[in-house]
Design a binder for this molecule. Structure first.
Ligand code: CP
Length: 308
């Protein structure tokens, strides 16, 4: 069996191009499995996985839980709200108590960048980063790449991918940049100057502030949410003005007169970064991304379990 170069998935930054290819190929097999009448395989029958979420989630949490069930793993779900974290228990104590119950793998979302990296220095169980603050969201980037490959009908080398929106606060943006560059894609980031980190061009990407030019250039537009909950100051005058200059509508997409794929990791601020008619249009593969999330997370869990 081919193996990953790592025993944790902390970020795309740590993966090799071969790791990404292995995850893509394994996810393709699992996608076939979950489309069969019997969607379950016994691969992780002896493995127990805890989903430890210190931040809200709909897609990632449900998708990991379903992936674990499809692989026949035993699962535990932990939410910080309603837990002893509210009484002051530390992250490490919380996780060590979960591990004392004979848990093999931790899937963790945390508001602090680097929280899963910190854990990896203190525990032996495999760790999957399900989003750490504004840092990385590796399984989102992997499912995004899988969905792009599926829609474009091949690998991403030379493909033109735009990431449009609040890049500054987005863990999805950073993980996508690493993933896309490792697969040989061309990447342009588009948004207001205040929402694009100053030194991001060091990562080999281009920057644009013109959404119409960016849409005309790209094969795929991955549109990101304006993350108001992470913005302590005003980065633009109003949501109405953001939408006027950077919001994407179906008419803008139709007027391009070319094939363009529109993606969004969710949750969507409908009418802000993406109009409802664009989100629900034939250009959009947003729900395919969600479907692919299960297969990609099955692949990640299966491959990491194979490292032990
Ligand atoms: N894309 C994503 O991470 O969504 P959730 O926050 O709902 O998990």
């Amino acid at each position: 069996m081919q193996k990953l170069s790592t025993r944790h998935l902390l970020g795309i930054k740590d993966l090799t191009p071969d790791d990404i290819e292995l995850i893509m190929a394994t996810a393709k097999e699992f996608k076939e499995v979950i489309n069969r009448p019997i969607k379950k395989v016994p691969s992780l029958r002896d493995v127990t996985i805890a989903n430890v979420f210190f931040e809200n989630s709909t897609r990632t949490r449900l998708s990991f839980e379903l992936a674990e069930k499809r692989l026949s793993a035993d699962t535990l779900n932990f939410s910080a709200s309603g837990s002893s974290v509210k009484k002051g228990e530390t992250l490490l104590d919380t996780v060590n108590n979960i591990l004392a119950m004979k848990v093999d793998m931790i899937v963790m979302r945390h508001a602090s960048p680097g929280a899963p990296h910190f854990l990896s220095r203190h525990i032996t169980a495999n760790i999957v980063n399900a989003g750490d603050g504004t840092h990385e969201h590796p399984t989102q980037a992997l499912l995004d790449s899988f969905s792009m490959r599926e829609k474009l009908g091949g690998d991403l080398a030379g493909k033109k991918i735009a990431i449009i929106g609040d890049i500054l606060h987005s863990r999805v943006a950073l993980s996508n940049i690493f993933a896309l560059k490792k697969q040989g894609a061309e990447v342009t980031l588009c948004g207001p100057a205040t929402l694009i980190p100053r030194y991001v061009t060091d990562l080999g990407v281009k920057v644009s502030h013109d959404v119409n030019k960016t849409l005309a250039w790209c094969d795929v537009a991955n549109v990101l949410r304006i993350q108001l909950e992470r913005q302590q100051i005003k980065y633009f005058p109003s949501l109405r003005e953001y939408s006027l200059y950077f919001g994407i509508t179906k008419k803008m997409l139709d007027d391009l007169n070319k094939e363009i794929v529109v993606m969004h990791p969710g949750p969507i601020n409908r009418g802000v970064e993406l109009s409802s008619d664009a989100a629900d249009s034939h250009h959009s593969i947003i729900l395919d991304q969600v479907e692919n999330g299960v297969a990609v997370r099955m692949a990640v869990l299966y491959l990491l379990a194979g490292q032990n």
